[in-house]
Design a protein around this ligand. Structure first.
Ligand code: NOJ
Length: 764
């Protein structure tokens, strides 16, 4: 009987998929339109309430990591039972074709309706071929390479049997203490939107059913990046204007770009957990933005509404989450256990269950899983595609483009290629794992090219390495114990490092954070150089001032002393498998750096939150700043160490001839000439900022509204043009309404957010 029913389901689906184009319009019964409306409706009609709820249930892998066998504990046994009964719609953290296939086989062959599973995985910056962390990628400001990186990651992931990534994270954050800034595109909603869209397009391509694409997931909806005091999972308390003008834009942009799934977040937003937040999920996302994909909860976030003090027990949590619009339950087991009863008791309308199941099935149809549930499960492909050479070439390309030259006094960089005695100092210089950064679940430890290995390729110089000091003292695999060991202060390696530095022409110091010091649950109250690295830097500086500081980290660091004393500073983030190659090419000038900061670097942790698009106080810097009563600190400047958008090159650029043309329909054309005034070819990210001078809501002092990458030969000039439309000139009110208000605007154009070249226009 089971077999006959399943054959019937598949036959029906094949027929419907075949005449899909014709049936679409006639069957548009719901307010949300699905691409596979008829197919979904027919399937839903066949499903029991429990089976529909099953689609809403996602389990973490309960499979033995070493082979396709379920683990033997009780929970694994329960999950396995659920899988066989069709009570699981999705699995996460299953790695590789062999395991995916084994589980899919159970879903397809052993359940009553044979509905395939969708497999999710955190492919955050590459699957096996790990690229630069997302914050680093964002520093490239290069949307094409960012898209390409996502495309490659998708191809590699799909070849491993997985069809859904929990990326991109499009959370805006202004707080470098929050470890997850490494996973996003930084502090700016405009840049964040562009990058989010590039990543979604890269992952999803034009055809979700292609074996080279996977579904993307915009996360974490919403305001997760505004965790109080930068402590992960903490409360976010923000006003409507910030929510609409800063937090929402990247989410809205990726929705418009067709992202297929969303993930909600762990935090309270204005005292309501995001997971149980109807305003966010049903109101804004599904209704206002007309999103027709599905929302997955974050890991256990439905159950976490109990400690939040919002749900009294797991049943109540399931009720709140389902009613609020969370479609899929990641690892709380709340839906599978409680939803059917809640429907029977009239606490959750079955229509909402249908809606959630339809959304999930819709994405499965789009992925082509009903045509071929094993379409991502080809061992041959897996062997040929995972880790292929082209992915490494592209990873090197984006790694180079992600590097930001923060400071270069007296042109210490690029390094001379011969006859130099170079000291390389710092544990991170010789580290083949930290450069992979956090969130690299399928990546392999030790697979990054270290900085030392990269530098060793330039053979005409003499290199001497000394570790100097560890960053943190434990094995990287035991990454949970950082906090306990951070206070150990082992300086026994200093004297050797000092000796090596003394005998060298140039010292390259590779300092910063261990690969797991940023990422989820890695918040820090100090964002200076961890451990004894600052002391090491100062000890070396005493004997040799020719220092190039190579900073490797997953978040902005407060390196105010270094900025004052060290002549050359290069921000290399964590660049993935090609790390050392990219860094060496930049240090030796074989690649001229062009990266720009996507996040402000503070002078001190006490300035946080610090961001370029702040609003003026009633007592800003100005005439009265020589007396005490203006908005400032008594012990530190208000200015950042390095502003958003900052980044140098081995050449220099000048900006001139700013012209502003106001055209009909509120179109503003801004043009200007960019000249390469230095001696070598270089690339520059020209940035345009506006300021709406007077508005019904105070507007930021500057807002990024355009950027353009120009490549110029030495002494070459190019004219570039930006177009501003209502979309860039308007803003959201405290009622969440988009308005465009006439009035005066300032325009600023240049190579950083603190550029001084400005003009103005009046918007009619
Ligand atoms: C929790 C994280 O917040 C989320 O971003 C991630 O996708 C899930 N865990 C699954 O690993």
């Amino acid at each position: 009987m089971k077999k006959i029913l399943k054959c019937y389901v598949y036959l029906l689906i094949i027929i419907l998929v075949g005449c899909h184009a014709e049936t679409k319009k006639e069957t548009n019964k719901t307010t949300i339109e699905y691409t596979f409306e008829a197919e979904i409706d027919s399937l839903i009609d066949l499903m029991t309430l429990e089976e529909k709820i099953g689609q809403m249930n996602q389990y973490n892998g309960f499979w033995d990591a070493t082979g396709p066998v379920p683990k033997s504990d009780e929970l694994a046994a329960l999950k396995y039972e659920h899988l066989k009964k069709g009570l699981v719609g999705s699995m996460l953290n299953i790695k590789g074709v062999k395991q995916v296939k084994a589980l899919q086989k159970i879903a397809v062959e052993e359940t009553r309706l044979g509905i395939p599973l969708i497999f999710g995985f955190d492919v955050i910056h590459g699957y096996k071929t790990i690229g630069p962390i997302p914050l680093a990628e964002a520093a490239s400001w290069d949307l094409e390479v960012i898209k390409k990186a996502a495309q490659n990651a998708a191809e590699e992931t799909a070849a491993s049997g997985i069809n859904w990534t929990f990326a991109p994270m499009v959370d805006i954050s202004r707080d470098a203490r929050w470890g997850r800034v490494m996973e996003g595109a930084g502090e700016d909603p405009y840049l964040g939107s562009k990058i989010g869209v590039a990543r979604v397009k890269g992952f999803q391509g034009d055809d979700l059913a292609s074996p080279k694409t996977i579904a993307a997931c915009a996360k974490h909806f919403a305001a997760y990046g505004f965790a109080e005091a930068g402590r992960d999972y903490n409360t976010a308390d923000i006003g409507t204007s910030t929510l609409y003008n800063v937090v929402f834009p990247p989410f809205k942009a990726v929705t418009e770009a067709g992202v297929r799934t969303f993930m909600n977040s762990f935090n309270l937003l204005n005292d309501i957990p995001a997971t149980g937040n109807e305003f966010l999920q049903r109101g804004v996302l599904k209704k206002e933005w007309n999103f027709n994909g599905f929302i997955v909860s974050d890991w256990g976030s439905i159950a976490e509404m109990i400690p939040h003090g919002y749900a009294k027990d797991i049943k109540h949590a399931a009720e709140l989450a389902a009613n609020a619009g969370s479609d899929m339950d990641m690892e709380s087991s709340a839906y599978v256990a409680e939803l059917a009863n809640l429907v029977k008791e009239g606490k959750v309308d079955e229509k909402l269950i249908d809606d959630a199941a339809k959304r999930i099935l819709g994405v499965k149809f789009e992925l082509g899983l009903f045509d071929d549930p094993y379409r991502y499960c080809n061992e041959e492909n897996e062997k040929n595609i995972v880790g292929k050479k082209e992915f490494h070439e592209d990873a090197l390309d984006i790694a180079k483009k992600s590097i930001v030259l923060l400071k270069n006094e007296n042109n210490l960089l690029p390094l001379q290629k011969e006859k130099q005695k170079i000291a390389v100092i710092g544990a991170l210089a010789n580290d083949k794992t930290s450069p992979l950064g956090s969130w690299r679940l399928a990546g392999d430890d030790g697979t990054a090219v270290s900085v030392l290995e990269g530098l060793q390729q330039y053979k005409e110089n003499t290199l001497t390495y000394a570790k100097g000091a560890d960053v943190v003292t434990q094995d990287s695999k035991v990454d949970f114990v950082f906090e306990l060991k951070l206070n150990e202060r082992d300086t026994s390696g200093f004297s050797e490092a000092v000796k090596v530095a003394k005998a060298s022409d140039v010292v390259i110091m590779v300092l910063g954070e261990h690969g797991y010091q940023s990422g989820e649950a890695r918040s820090r109250i100090n964002i200076d150089l961890p451990g004894v690295q600052q002391d090491l830097l100062e000890a070396i500086y005493k004997v040799n001032k020719n220092i190039v500081l190579v900073l490797t980290n997953g978040r902005p660091l407060a390196i105010t002393w270094a900025d004052k004393h060290i002549p050359a500073i290069v921000e290399v983030w964590q660049l993935g498998v090609q790390n050392g190659n990219a860094i060496a090419q930049v240090l030796y000038g074989d690649y001229n750096p062009s990266g720009k900061l996507p996040m402000t670097f503070p002078r001190s942790v006490g300035q946080i939150p610090i961001y370029y698009n702040y609003k003026n106080t009633g007592r800003p810097y100005g005439e009265n700043s020589d007396v005490v009563f203006w908005s400032h600190y008594s012990d530190e400047s208000n200015r950042p160490l390095y502003p958003f958008g900052h980044g140098l090159s081995y050449t220099t650029f000048s900006y001139k001839n700013l012209k502003i043309n106001t055209l009909a329909e509120r179109k503003i054309i801004v043009s200007l000439d960019v000249t390469n005034t230095g001696t070598v070819k270089g690339k520059e990210v020209s940035q345009l900022y506006i300021q709406d001078k007077v508005a019904s809501l105070a507007r930021p002092v500057r807002e990024l509204k355009g950027f353009e990458m120009v490549e110029l030969e030495s002494k070459e000039t190019k004219t570039i043009e930006f177009t501003l439309t209502e979309k860039e000139l308007g803003f959201y009110t405290n009622k969440g309404e988009f308005v465009i208000e006439p009035g005066e605007f300032n325009v600023f154009v240049g190579g950083s957010s603190n550029t001084t070249l400005s003009g103005e226009f009046i918007l009619e």
